[in-house]
Design a protein around this ligand. Structure first.
Ligand SMILES: Nc1ncnc2c1ncn2[C@@H]1O[C@H](COP(=O)(O)OP(=O)(O)OP(=O)(O)O)[C@@H](O)[C@H]1O
Ligand SMILES: [Mg+2]
Length: 330
């Protein structure tokens, strides 16, 4: 395994020494925090680093250049996983490690949020799921991910076929310079679908799914670039769901939108819940708590804590998580 970059470790040390208490697991219930579970309750801790975590918490361990075990709540294991991330490491430029031993299962039909400070690796993890990072020179991975039990990084995986099984929505909407209709049916066209009845049906179903049909049904052949920002983002969601993906990946889909438009996208995510498995990156803590069933907190390339959103926000198992979600660092 390559050396971890000093810059990252030094940065971590600064953070970690600012508040030693941040690095502690939340202690057994006390008068000050009667609703908090006992330290370590329900936490999956590997033999490799359980000692460090128990002694001084994950951030201190990270400051020493270690990768502490993630605190994964038992509730995650109670759901069928559609996507399994299995001891996944990721390096840019061969040596700059961005993800450290990430293991997490993404539950079927649920909305899972990735949260954490800027640069902690949320987008890298999301883009690793559909192998978008393959397009960057010099990246290297270890470990694997599985989509419905099929390896994502195994030998002989057809990456184009793999990407068809996942939809991706980016921070900034990116409609193609073509009509609304052609944007939505783009993936089917690429696949050689020519039957107008099929294309029409998929177009309507996807636009309805993205709560955009009523607004655009009379101008399907107008240029997509003429739509408003939030309509463009909903169009991108329609395009992503047109191929009926098994997982929908969203990287801060609301960050370029105003609060009203953000509310519309959040309502849409709520409607898509159950039909689609959604993995969404957000910087907005309220958004994570409003929209997602599960939330994963990342820090400096590590998965720190992962559990049902309500539990993570109201009774996190680790002090570090509590401090992050209450805005005390990051
Ligand atoms: N193409 C790249 N080449 C080299 N390093 C990169 C590249 N993209 C990201 N990184 C680095 O990898 C780390 C993780 O970045 P990433 O973009 O995944 O973080 P993030 O959590 O999504 O941050 P943000 O919240 O700001 O979007 C950072 O240190 C970043 O500088
Ligand atoms: Mg990002």
């Amino acid at each position: 395994m390559p050396e971890r970059p000093d810059a990252v470790i030094n940065d971590t040390v600064t953070h970690a020494t600012e508040d030693a208490a941040m690095n502690q697991p939340i202690p057994q219930s006390t008068d000050a925090s009667p609703d908090l579970p006992a330290a370590g309750a329900g936490i999956a801790v590997s033999a490799r680093s359980s000692k460090a975590v128990a002694e001084d918490g994950p951030l201190q361990a990270i400051a020493r250049g270690e990768t502490p075990a993630s605190a994964i709540h038992d509730s995650v294991g109670e759901h069928e996983a559609v996507l399994e991330i299995d001891h996944f490491d990721f390096w840019y430029n061969q040596t700059a490690q961005a993800l450290y031993d990430i293991s997490m299962n993404v539950p079927y039909g649920k909305v899972t949020s990735l949260i954490g400070p800027s640069g902690c690796g949320k987008s890298t993890l999301l883009r690793s799921v559909n192998r978008l990072n393959d397009l960057i020179d010099g990246v290297r991975i270890e470990g694997d991910m599985r989509l419905k039990n099929e390896s994502i990084y195994g030998q002989g995986v057809d990456v184009i076929e793999l990407r068809k099984r996942m939809g991706m929505v980016f921070q900034k909407s990116n409609p193609f310079p073509m009509s609304i209709y052609e944007n939505v049916v783009y993936a089917l066209r690429i696949d050689g679908e020519r039957r107008k009845s099929v294309l029409d049906e998929v177009c309507e179903r996807s636009l309805r799914g993205a709560a955009l049909w009523d607004e655009v049904k009379d101008r399907l052949h107008d240029l997509a670039l003429g739509l408003s920002g939030v309509q463009q983002q909903r169009l991108c969601i329609a395009r992503a769901i047109a191929a009926e993906p098994e997982v929908l990946l969203m990287d801060e889909p609301c960050s370029a939108l105003d609060p009203i438009a953000t509310g519309k996208i959040e309502d849409l995510i709520d409607e898509l819940r159950g039909t689609y498995t959604i993995l969404i990156v957000t910087h907005n803590m309220q958004q994570a708590s409003r929209t997602s069933d599960f939330t994963a907190f990342m820090y400096l390339g590590r998965l720190i804590e992962y559990g049902a959103t309500q539990d993570l926000f109201t009774k996190p198992q680790l002090r570090a998580t509590e401090h992050y979600i209450t805005g005390r660092f990051g």
